[in-house]
Structures are given as C-alpha cells and as structure tokens.
Write a protein that binds this ligand. Sequence first.
Ligand code: ADP
Ligand code: MG
Length: 545
Amino acid sequence: MSSGVESFRQLSPSEFFYRNREIAGFSNPARAVYQTVREFIENSLDATEVHGILPVITLRISREDPSNPDHITIQVEDNGIGVPPQFIPDAFGRVLYSSKYKFRQTRGMYGLGAKMAILYAQLTTGKPFEIYSSTRKTRYIYYYKLMIDVKKNQPQILELASWEKRSKWHGTIVKLTIEGEWSRRVRDYVAVYIKRTAIITPYADITAILPSVEKEDEYEVLRFPRVTSMLPRPPKEAKPHPLGIDLEMLKMMINETGAKTVLSFLTSEFQRIGEVTATRILKNAGIDPDKPPRTLDDDELQRLYKAMREEKYWAPTDEPLSPIGEELIRIGLKEILRPEFIATASRKPSSYSGHPFIVEGGIAYGGELASRLDEIAQDSVKGETGPYIVLLRYANKIPLLYDEKTDVMWSIVDPSKFPWRSVYKLEPTDTVAVLIHICSTKVPYKGVGKESVANVEEVESEVRLLAQELARKLREYIQRKKRVQEARQKLSLFLRYIPEVAASLAAIAGNGRGTPDPSIQKELTEKMREIALAKIKLSEYEASA
Ligand code: ADP
Ligand code: MG
C-alpha cells in the first residue's frame, strides 16, 4: 500500500559502493579475485617504492575451508612504511579515506580499493578483514580484525592486539576471504597481472603462491627476484595547476586556505601563478586583490574561475610524476621476455587540461620473445593482417588487462591502422611486444573501471609519437641485421673460393710455370681468411652498435 508520498533517505558512501561494486571492478566472483589482488599489490607498491623502499611483496592465495571451495583467501605481505595504528581502522574501514589525496602520482588515489575488497568479502563470505602492520618508528606490531559498518561508513573493530617487535620488521600484512572463482582463466589473469607488474618493477622482489586449479593442497610458486636496486624517481607533491581544477575544487581550496587575501591565495596555492599573473586575473575578474578569500560571494567566485581559465600559463610541472624510466623498462623487458632486441623511448612531459603526463615505453623483438609472450598475452588474438603486436599497457605503473580494444594505446598500435608493414617493414609473421606507460596526476580513464585510457587528443598524439619512435628504432635494427646477413653470405661464398684464388695467385707469384708455390699459397689463404673474418666481425659490430 502506498501513501502516495515518496520516502527519502541518504546513502552512505559505503552503502553506495556496496550497491554499485561493479564500477570498482567487483562485478563477479572471477573478477573479484583479480581485483582484490590488484588493489592489495598496488597498495603495497605505493607503500614501498614511493617512499624509497625496495619492495618485497608476497601474495598468497589459498582455499582454507574444504567445505567451501569457492571461499578464496587472499593475503599480501609487504615491507612498506606500514600504517600507524591510529589510522588503521579508518584506512580500512571507511570508504573514501586515504593518505593519497595529494597532487602527486600514486597507484591508488581514490581511497576506495582496499575497502571495496573488504566490502566484497563481507558481502559474500561474511568474514572480517585482518591486518598486521608496523611502521619504521614503532617498537610494536599491531593487529586489527575489523568489518565495515556499511550504514554508518565507519569501521567496526572486532579484535585488537599488539606485540613488541623482535626484529626491525616494518610493513603490512592484509588478509581477507571472498567468495571467488579459482579457475584456469582466473589463475591466468592473476599470473599475467603479476608478470606484467614484474616487467615494470625489476627493483621489486615478488613472490606469488597460488593454489593449483586442478589439485587440492597443491600450490605453484611464481618468483620474480629483484634484478636491480635502482628505483624510479619518486613523485614530488606539487600544488595544483590553475587549469587543472574545476569550480568546486576552487571553492574547496578557498575554504581551506590560510591566505589572508585573494591575491596571496592565488600565488601561494597554485603553481605557475606569480604576482603579475595573479594581479591580472583579479583585474579581469573585477575583484579587489586585498579581499579575504572566504568573503567572495558566488558571483565573484564564478568570475574568478572564468578569469583563471582565460589566462595563459606555463605547462604544469612534471615533478609530481614518477615515470619508470627507459633504463628500468629495458631491464624489465630483458629479464621477463629475453628478446633479441629492445629499444626504449620517453616523450617529454606534456599536459592536458592542466594535468601533467608523460608517455614512455619500449619495444621488444626476437629471441625468446614469442614463446615467453604466450604466457603474458592473455587475451590478444593474432590478427589476420599481421604482424602480431602484443601491447603491454600501463597507467601509473598499473598493468591494464581488460578493455584493451577501447584503449587509446591500442588505437595507435593496432596493426590494421599503424603502418607496421608498409612504413616499418615488419613481416606479417613477426611478433613484437610494445610496452606503453602513461603516467599522470590524472590518468584520463574511460569510465570508472580504470582499465582503459580515453582518447584525449594530447595523450593520443604523444602515444603516436612514442610508437613511431619505437617502430623506427626496430626498423633500423631489422634492416641492419638484414644487411649483415647479406654481407655474411657474400663473405662466406668468398671464403669458399679462397683456396682456389690463393692457388692461382700463388702460381702467378711463384715460379711462373703455373705450379703454385705451396708456402706462398698457404700464406695467401691465411691472409685472405683473416680479412674475410675481420669483415664479418666488423659488420656484426656495426649491427650491434
Ligand atoms: P587508496 O589506495 O586509494 O588510498 P585504499 O582503500 O586502497 O585507498 O587504502 C587506503 C589507505 O590505507 C591508503 O591511502 C594508505 O594510506 C593505507 N594503506 C593501504 N594499504 C597499505 C599498505 N600495504 N601499506 C601502508 N599503507 C597502506
Ligand atoms: Mg589502494
């Protein structure tokens, strides 16, 4: 029976994400396993490399309850900075609570990932989340068992304990149990995710212990030992760029600022605004520069926002970005794919709508590549047109596995569009791996799934330039290699005729009666061989240079 009057109530953030979990990647039991692994590993990498710690990460997936084979327990341990005990409940029990709401590049930045996994566990198995953590400063290890009170969006602590440390261990162990699927397909997705992570984190030590798909009580271990102790440059926190904010953000910043005047608000809270620019903006907006920021009315705010947008600025600084760097890309590709040839490239920092970004990448060809790619190229299908291009996509150092065909990176390297054959001279049977990394303080993801990057014009153009540079380097290598092979063939032919030529020459130089002088013949043969072999060496040297 309806009273004819609708009833209203507010949804808490936890409740909202609980109801709409598919937007955060938790759409079904198979995807949920992958997504949980991804969120935990990304948190671990953020807690280590961003703070200058060489990551040691262990993932353990298990089925602990024989009566519930679809209950999947996921545990991740790291040697990161740890979470101070007073923040643990909120960091893991309050949706939209994060230490990463800063203007710098990290893998997580929404304050959502861990909580979505915890909510999903709660929803499907009803089991609580467990965490052990210790920071570098404390002498204790803290343990929490908690659930999320969905209606109130707050943590509900079930158990709490602490121990004195016996070692200098710092880091975090998180553990939860979700209803998931552990099939060949899911196992492969998780393995591919780990391998693709390993490619761009050769400075990390990663171990994954995964249950066998077929046999109970059996496990497989994927080991990726550290191969270098070089870390990517860490992101530096920066102030927002005036073109990188919207009106709401401007209002929020005005509410929080300690600046006494609008003029000093502009110069102190933004990058790329000095006195002169600030004065001009305020003049154009018709606002008294000495006015206290919080006294601006709505109309003035709108005018300020408009005047800020109409101003010209230096491009945003790339300091908050943390690209992988060409050297690490090369090391990672070499270690995991063992190709015959690698080239890398890195574009200069660029920006779109006030957000800085960098596009970098690598290309690999030959050697053990084709066989090793089979385990990594999960969903790529060999195209009819050829060559076979396996695209390894990354955004803010996160491997992207789903929705490849809608991604801007694919739109560029797609063999039906990119002139791999006509311009870059690849054969239809060639296999090539192309790694592309886009990093930004705001990756323009398509939709909320964070799996595919949108076709923003500026980004697209940088990705195209990168792909062209990589393809050009590969073409040069292949052509050089071809030239060397041709030269070698010629020389080996020559080598075969040496004894004959030497014999005739020795005859001429010898007694003049047509009988070769054996000692001269021997010497000539040696000399000619030496020259031929030196030529082969030289052409090889040229090819590798
Ligand atoms: P986000 O990563 O987007 O900030 P999460 O819900 O995944 O959101 O994590 C919330 C917060 O918990 C993080 O901002 C971080 O401060 C803290 N945290 C999560 N995992 C770890 C970890 N392994 N080590 C240290 N801190 C962590
Ligand atoms: Mg996270």
